[in-house]
Design a binder for this molecule. Structure first.
Ligand code: ZN
Length: 232
């Protein structure tokens, strides 16, 4: 079942390695089929070498049970499920431990929008969540990681596809998009803008971008009056 989605999700997982944002098994990508309400996700702890589409695991969005697959799904499966349930516009989700995004997560700081590279993809600061409580970690760590992301997106009144990612405090980035490939793209861009932001703050801790430049760059690529690139 879902052979095309399995291929897309497998390819998206391999792209993380090619772009240098994942080493060992430190990451996972999923994609969702909204018609059948099923998610396809990377298997848990399986090496990226020789990973094949048939290694992907199919999980029910409703029950969280494995529907098809020879492996256990990624240990972050419940985080992915929580985000798909909360935000119907999401088609793919990526999680990595990429170095510069993790640095902001460990520092407990938003990745600030400081320039046009950031503004082209993330319409504003990339938020850092609050810390999970001991009770939340004990009760349902992966599910509550999803819950704290949802809480942050809602309390900060973020449009999920306008700021397609977040960093979880002391953990790392989760990104998303209209499909699995888009979520990987956002993971790679987030790592890059996090590195730029860190270096910028070293040179000038008061660096900032004017709202009108942020608006210009985000809105020329996205939204109803976008004009960046070739017209389709
Ligand atoms: Zn992780």
């Amino acid at each position: 079942m879902l052979e095309k989605l399995k291929q897309e999700v497998c390819e998206a997982n391999l792209e993380l390695v090619r772009r240098g944002v994942v080493i060992y098994t430190w990451g996972n990508v999923s994609g969702i089929d909204r018609k059948s309400n099923t998610m396809v996700i990377k298997p848990s702890g399986v090496s990226y070498d020789n990973m094949q589409p048939e290694d992907m695991v199919v999980v029910s969005l409703e029950t969280g049970e494995t529907v098809e697959g020879k492996w256990k799904p990624s240990s972050d499966t419940k985080t992915h499920l929580a985000l798909y349930r909360a935000f119907p516009e999401l088609g793919g989700i990526t999680h990595t431990h990429s170095t510069h995004a993790v640095a902001f997560a460990q520092a407990g700081r938003d990745i600030p929008a400081l320039g046009t590279t950031h503004a082209d993809y993330f319409y504003g600061d990339i938020p850092c969540t609050r810390e999970l409580t001991a009770a939340e970690v004990e009760a349902d760590y992966e599910g509550n990681t999803g819950a704290v992301i949802i809480e942050t997106v809602r309390t900060r009144r973020i449009e999920p596809l306008a700021v397609p990612g977040i960093v979880v405090k002391n953990h790392g980035p989760f990104t998303w998009g209209k499909d699995a490939a888009a979520s990987v793209y956002h993971a790679v861009v987030m790592e890059q803008v996090a590195e730029m932001a860190l270096k910028t703050l070293l040179l000038n801790p008061d660096a900032a971008i004017a709202q009108y430049v942020l608006d210009k760059h985000y809105l020329r690529k996205h939204g109803p009056n976008a004009y960046y690139g070739q017209s389709k």
